[in-house]
Design a protein. Structure first.
Length: 278
């Protein structure tokens, strides 16, 4: 089977072109191919498929085999893949995901390869039952959540997948390996959750680390960066646009006041193509 490995600011996935390849058991393949010792090594698997609703369809599986609704870094790489490989010649494309159809604007460099992608991530979901969060509140903003022996102030947002955002004074030294799994599997979150921990540098600049459902700490999370900007604005810590620094690089996030959509702009990078016997 032919595969391509790509990354969006260090959030790396293995991509399969399902216009040419057939995947029988994507969950099993995701676990195998993501293994960094016995497989290719990645944060997960992304399938690029035909769509009846959009130009292309994307299915995304975490390294533990669980299917996720969306990945903001992965979808930028999908845009690069389909353009660079001649599957489309248009610089605005639509991609169907489990979180709805997303619109991508592609920006090419001198060699006509895609370097940056702006994604319309849609409207943030703030009602707890729709995120989902087991809460009767109208919105879940700056609420106390106990994880282990500590209590944290948490804001929950869905960008098609669920996020719990916590603001901390020094994100680099935060014990993510301890607290991340406790948040991910907290009984408040019936479908588990992606947990972001954020340091506010100023009203235009945020630093974050992320513990992703089914993957652990990753270099970046695009939907998470969007959730972080929304949570920061709701808590009065930033305006509607900011740079979000992740371990793998920076994303520009904007929550548009007119249409309520969140826009994410960042790079997409090719690593290598190969063949694997499954």
């Amino acid at each position: 089977m032919k595969f391509t490995k790509m990354h969006g600011i260090g959030n790396d996935y293995v991509y399969i072109n399902c216009f040419e390849e057939r995947v029988e058991n994507p969950s099993e393949l995701a676990r195998f191919i993501s293994d960094r010792h016995f497989g290719v090594g990645s944060d997960g698997l992304v399938l690029i498929l035909p769509s009846e609703k959009a130009d292309f369809r994307m299915r995304m599986f975490n390294s533990d085999g669980s299917e996720a609704e969306m990945c903001g870094n992965a979808i930028r790489c999908v845009g690069k893949f389909v353009y660079d490989n001649g599957m489309t010649n248009r610089k605005t494309v639509t991609v169907e995901t489990l979180a709805g159809v997303k619109t991508l604007e592609l920006f090419t460099g001198r060699d006509n390869k895609v370097e940056q992608v702006k994604v319309d991530m849609g409207e943030p979901i703030l009602k707890p039952r729709d995120i989902p969060v087991d809460s009767d509140l109208e919105i879940f903003v700056d609420e106390p959540v106990k994880a282990g022996d500590e209590e944290f102030r948490v804001t929950c947002v869905s960008m098609g997948n669920p996020h719990a955002v916590t603001f901390v004074p020094n994100v680099r030294d935060f014990p993510l390996e301890k607290i991340g799994p406790l948040m991910e599997n907290h009984p408040l979150f019936p479908r588990r959750i992606n947990a972001e921990f954020v340091e506010v540098v100023n009203e235009n600049y945020l630093k974050m680390r992320v513990w992703e459902r089914g993957a652990g700490e990753t270099m970046a999370c695009g939907t998470g960066a969007c959730a972080v900007l929304v949570a920061s604005y709701l808590n009065g810590l930033t305006g509607r646009k900011a740079t979000v620094e992740l371990l793998g690089g920076n994303l520009t996030i904007e929550w548009n006041e007119k249409n309520n959509h969140v826009y994410k702009t960042g790079p997409a990078a090719f690593i290598f193509t190969g063949f694997i016997d499954i």
